[in-house]
Ligand binder design. Structure first.
Ligand code: ZN
Length: 168
């Protein structure tokens, strides 16, 4: 696929953790830290998308028709095996906006394609993604990927422990 933006180097993505209103997530994600307009636009690995998809489906079961769900569909491609490739499943990530279903499937259903690094941007710009924060002993909140607190210089691993350290 031709890519006219090939020569523009995008800002390197950082690793952090994101959530929506502290009730959806946290999920490990990569994102552009300079993207400060509106909500964050995080990118997720396929494994994280699978986790996230289950959560959207649970929420939909709870809250009903105004929800959006993510689905990871996969199939083993026999032709791939015959061609001597490894048995990697072929994967499609689908987003369904149930609230738009009455307007037709085209408005309600879309396929989310991975970027060139195999990461999926879920929720485009309209899901209210924000950083997960950690709290220092004085109660100051710091975005997850920043390891020390500006107010008291507390270090995240010392405050929240290493077992809950950020994404690898
Ligand atoms: Zn502090």
């Amino acid at each position: 696929m031709p890519d006219s933006n090939q020569h523009q180097r995008p800002t390197p993505l950082i690793e952090s953790r994101v959530c929506i209103d502290d009730s959806f997530g946290p999920f490990s994600a990569k994102l552009d830290p300079t993207d400060r307009e509106g909500y964050l636009t995080p990118f997720f690995t396929l494994d994280t998308v699978r986790e996230l998809a289950v959560c959207t489906q649970q929420l939909c079961a709870e809250y009903g028709r105004d929800s959006e769900t993510i689905h990871v569909l996969s199939i083993l491609d026999v032709a791939d095996s015959r061609a001597g490739h490894e048995d990697q499943p072929r994967v499609v990530v689908v987003q369904i906006r149930w609230q738009y279903l009455d307007e037709g499937a085209e408005s309600a259903v879309s396929i989310i394609e991975p970027n060139q690094d195999g990461l999926y941007q879920i929720g485009s710009d309209d899901w209210a993604w924000g950083f997960v924060t950690w709290s220092c002993p004085r109660g100051s909140q710091t975005p997850w990927h920043l390891p020390h607190c500006d107010c008291c210089h507390a270090l995240r691993p010392e405050v929240v422990g290493t077992d809950t350290a950020g994404p690898d």
